[in-house]
Design a protein around this ligand. Structure first.
Ligand code: SF4
Length: 328
């Protein structure tokens, strides 16, 4: 396995709200290797985005507070850096793209003004040089007529084009890590496939690492080498994409895989897709023992009271469950 680019250790994120206090992320651990794509997967509310925002220290404090852990990048713990040091890293060393580019782009500034802003903030360029590089970046993300696009406002572009602009802005300073938070969810299927292919090509071309946040196992299969399945703020199972999807050890992973629609499946007309019963617990009412036990078909009395320990059946695989590997 290649060099570790990002090492997240025992990260805990606490929220203080009028409804009560809760841990949104409860001690997750993962490593992102140089040049790889790691996907954080799970249903909405399982802590994926909070984990990603914690890396860039973008959570509003309060109500959020990172109460423990380390995020090691380039030999430094990001959690111990001051605001100025973090500004140097954001956008330059670690960049992020979001689900809905319309809410991330400024509607009253042209595309050009927004792309050059990123370049001018982090590079020693004059405006003319920044504009030239901006056009090259838009060409790199395969936007037709880049010079024209620089003069347009976000509302004049389609959803897929806006996402390409966001990717261009994220890549402007050649980051070592790109965090992509549900980058294709707001797009139709055809554009989604194009954006995924673009991200994969850019990653291979630049050698950057990618942390992909998604609820969609189809997207994971397309571009992620490894996966961490999250639930109720915890990492339940980690492994290579193929291994994990071919033989899940954790019942939640198995449930996610089974509830995926398959092209060419032999389902009878009108037959419903398999689903995981129940819903993700409210963070204020985290179940005791294994957080997944109210929804798990294999749950026992032990699961209701005892939190399962992490099992490591081999060096590339980890999961937290009282069951032995191969039991489901
Ligand atoms: Fe299910 Fe028990 Fe494993 Fe939790 S620990 S996933 S409840 S079998």
């Amino acid at each position: 396995m290649s060099q570790i680019e990002l090492d997240v250790r025992n990260l805990k994120v606490f929220f203080s709200t009028p409804q009560g206090n809760f841990l949104a992320v409860n001690g997750i651990n993962f490593q992102l290797h140089r040049g790889e794509t790691l996907a954080l997967v799970g249903e909405s509310g399982c802590g994926k985005t909070v984990s990603a925002l914690s890396i860039l220290r973008l959570l509003p404090e309060p109500p959020a507070k990172i109460t423990s852990g380390e995020i090691i990048f380039a030999g430094r713990n990001l959690l111990s850096l001051n605001a100025k040091q973090m500004r140097e890293i954001r956008g330059k060393e670690i960049a992020m793209i979001f689900q809905d580019p319309m809410t991330s782009l400024n509607p009253v500034l042209t595309v050009g003004q927004q792309v050059i802003e990123t370049l001018l903030r982090h590079k020693s360029l004059n405006k003319k040089e920044a504009l030239k590089i901006s056009a090259q970046l838009l060409g790199k993300v395969e936007l037709p007529s880049p010079e024209e696009k620089l003069k347009q406002f976000p509302h004049q572009l389609s959803g897929g084009m806006r996402q390409r602009v966001m990717i261009a802005m994220a890549l402007a300073c050649e980051p070592k890590i790109l965090i992509a938070d549900e980058p294709t969810t707001a797009l139709d299927v055809l554009i989604q496939a194009q954006i995924l292919e673009l991200l994969e090509n850019l990653k291979n071309e630049t050698g950057m690492s990618m942390l992909l946040i998604t609820h969609d196992l189809g997207v994971v299969t397309e571009i992620a080498e490894r996966v961490m399945v999250m639930y109720a703020g915890e990492g339940l199972e980690t492994g290579s994409t193929k291994d994990l999807l071919d033989s899940p050890h954790h019942p939640y992973t198995k449930g996610l895989i089974s509830s995926r629609p398959h092209l060419g499946s032999t389902r009878e007309k009108g037959q419903r897709l398999t689903e995981i019963s129940g819903s993700v617990p409210s963070p204020h009412q985290r179940p005791t023992g294994c957080a997944f036990h109210p929804r798990c078909d294999w749950s026992t009395e032990q699961c209701k009271t005892q939190k399962p320990l992490l099992q490591t059946p081999n060096q590339n695989r980890q999961f937290s469950c009282h069951l032995q590997p191969g039991s489901i």
